[in-house]
Design a protein around this ligand. Sequence first.
Ligand SMILES: [Zn+2]
Length: 277
Amino acid sequence: MRTRQTISEPICFEGIGIHSGKPAKITLTPRCSGGIRFIKDNVEIPADYRFADASLRSISLIKDNLHIMVVEHLLAALWICQISDLLIDVQGEEIPALDGSAMPFVEKIHQTTRKELGKVWERESVMHPIRVTRDESEIIYFPDSSESLIATVILSYPEPGIDDEVETLNLYSPDLSTELAPARTFAFCSWIEQLKQRQLIQGGSLNNAVVFDEQGKLLNEQGFRMGRECSRHKLLDLIGDMMLYPRRLTGRIISYKPGHALDLKFLRILAKETGNE
Ligand SMILES: [Zn+2]
């Protein structure tokens, strides 16, 4: 059973935004209730799938024409550190990319003490399987009686570099700080020009992404940080997206060709089928 927690003192992160390439700064401040909320220009936006958009290959939160881009790796860090309630003050258009993983967020949050809020993080009860498809992508979820959420991702890209990678982890494992947090986002060279033309990944570099060239060779001189780093990053994205759902899900989930838009569609259907829309 997971209990609700916040941090005991404010924490700042500064860097650049991966999409805008502009300076980005956030301040995390403790909060005793209300879940995870972002604030920008005096407008509060809850970390909630109903305010989320996945059209920029990442998760943006949108309210009253205010956009906060690329929230998923920070949210994944909060999942890993079991932080349920927090106010995140955002200066800039997006969350700092840092090294393209959740590790810098997790490390700094782990350096502060956590404050237990004396409440249980409510569990979602689902009685039947759920299947969601989007183009060639698919999620199959089925409940079980455990306290775990066992997730499998299956990657499949036409570009060379990542062979059909499969990874399975318990998303409530106490070891996610080492198993998932360091896994960086990734891109193929063939994507980069197209994304830049859309004014995306202006701040992208080998310092914040794993990049494969046209032959599938890794361009990062230091190599991978871990085995199956790309599929582990997809699991990291999944927990970031699951933070947009107010309750903790248990059971088993299989995601083929995973992606943020598919995750959001799954959360919307999950909410509808459990009467929590
Ligand atoms: Zn990601």
